[in-house]
Design a protein around this ligand. Sequence first.
Ligand code: COA
Ligand code: AMP
Length: 683
Amino acid sequence: MDTEHEYRPVYQTSLVDPAHFWSDAAQGIEWDVEPQQVVDAADKRSARWFPDGRLNTCVNALDRHVRAGTVAEGGHADQPALIYVSAMTEKTTVYTYAELLDEVARFAGAMRELGVGAGDRVVIYLPMIPEAVISMLACARIGAVHSVVFGGFAAPELAARIDDAEPVLVITASGGIEPGRRIEYPPIVLQALELTETTSVRTVLVKQRRPFPTIEFAAPQPATDVLPASEQTVAARWMDWDDTVAGANHADPVSMAATDPLYILYTSGTTGKPKGVVRDNGGHAVALAWSMRNIYDVGPGQVFWAASDVGWVVGHSYIVYAPLLVGATTVLYEGKPVGTPDAGVFWRIVDEHDVRVLFTAPTALRAIRRADPEATAAHRHDLSRLRALFCAGERLDPATFEWASDTLLAEHPDTPVVDHWWQTETGWPICADPLGLQELPVKSGSAGVPVPGYRLRVLDANGNPVPTGTEGNIVIGLPLPPGCLTGLWRDRERFIRSYLSAFPGHYLTGDSGYFDEDGYLYVMGRSDDVINIAGHRLSAGSIEAAIAGHDAIAECAVIGMPDELKGSLPLAYVVLKQGVEIDPEQLRAELMDRVRSQIGAIATLHDAIIVSGLPKTRSGKILRKTIRQLTAGEHVETPATIEDPAVLTALADRILANPPLGNPPITDASAPDHDGDPVAPGS
Ligand code: COA
Ligand code: AMP
């Protein structure tokens, strides 16, 4: 294998001389004030990239491409910036760079007139419509810090994020469209505002869309209608997006320090409280622009499609910012991989819009494979211009990889299927096949090689490096490269506790895996209580909190149970309060309802099983890992720290007598010999 040519030396330089490496990469960005210093790593735990540089991220994404003129003149003003394809409304709308800039600058002006300024937070709770992209870029333009909340989250999750971010403005829409049902957002926002403690929200802006009924915003406003008189003075005013934007002037961009926050994106931790990952402006722009060219091999004028949702990090980085930062065209897709209308929709869009790189989640490919095992629909379209199919969000399991390579892309052996690994915290890939640098051989089951800038190690529970082929905790040496989180919103203590304390000098990814002899990383799963459902990261703790609120429940444990389509599904073991008698079917339905209404439909429980007790340590910690092993039918050694071994025996008997029904995934023959047991420090 020739890995010496391009990738290796570039990777080495990025680690040995990061200042030189990232100063070169910073040339891809237009600065208001060129940074003289590349990184201030006096405190390695929170490196500050380009600390004396100033820029505006929106200018880099839009203005500079428009200012350079038309495509004929060397700019991109008349080139499509955003292609909005809605399978739900059967509409496609194309915005050129000039048109998108016009919309963004006008909306930024409207926000200004509402009193939103630099540093203010704005929560965006929208379906996959262009206004989501416009809102994000408009915030970047005026220096407001956006916090996008996935449109599938229920009111309590939205409320938790509003309470933490304390936004002055919430942007929403009249609704989102899911197959077979419509979700009205204003009642959810209203409920969330009732649940919040903060009184920071002054305005709620609603984008009205068909087919939802028109809302009249004449007084009395919805918020004041439902709030008790004592609280009416702090009620947010509700306004219509179109009316507000109609008379607004364009806002000029605000020059921001590279280290100023661009956005907060909440992600699931091990407890119920979401973590507010903070991203800066400068490091983010530099890293994302570098990644487009060097990892994805996409440049100006080419079409990049990340089939994700703007509510997740993939949507932030690769639907919105990265493609626009390099003058490419991005696709915003409202729909599913199957059923809207069929399993051919991805391939039709790739063909029709000349998509060069498609980025999706393995679960989407599994859904397509299930609906169309021979990929007949894909073969009806011309996929010859597809440079690569990238996957992330969860591990690309070998069976899906092989199907995608050998069946889906059978006629295109030169189109690689690339698994790459990253997380909300890093904001861009940690491991990949860097196609723009050098196309390396792809290995089934592996997430590729470390991306330049990331110093990766695999450590055992004591912090010692493990041998090649042995699974352990994947960590990143500090300082983290540009683009990665700069901290958790207003919670430095949690930032250090969650990521930096387990292995001093390293960032703990929370993932477990191993390197092979060629330096390829295999990411096998989480070593904590985060559950990955259909590429969405959810915390066992928050699902447990929703269940624990049920009157009948004394305590519960939620684990991820393997599922062929979605990777995992949440499964709850519940203990009833003493003396409570309830029909298990009724309880199951009520708990499912609770989880849907407290977290959202994406977290819907697979099952809830009543047990007599849950195994715990003597300090009262529920032994979730042991429960996971029992559920998976693995042999379990009684943990030395167990409080009452009889509880474990009873649970094992219960599971053996009545194993939870699921769809186990296809096993992975490529994994090395290991105990299959993620090595969490202190677990
Ligand atoms: N707003 C409101 N509800 C939403 C939603 C949203 N944005 N997204 C999903 N939901 C709801 C769905 O309507 C569904 O509700 P239901 O139980 O009432 O039917 C529930 O959440 C589960 O949805 P979903 O996860 O989409 O499951 P599915 O069975 O409908 O579809 C897949 C299965 C595999 C097709 C789908 O999960 C998928 O497309 N996954 C890809 C995920 C992805 O791209 N992740 C990005 C990671 S980078
Ligand atoms: P999120 O922060 O929601 O993007 O989720 C990140 C988590 O998803 C990671 O920490 C992994 O557990 C998992 N993940 C994402 N991409 C991959 C991948 N390519 N291989 C294995 N796990 C992945």
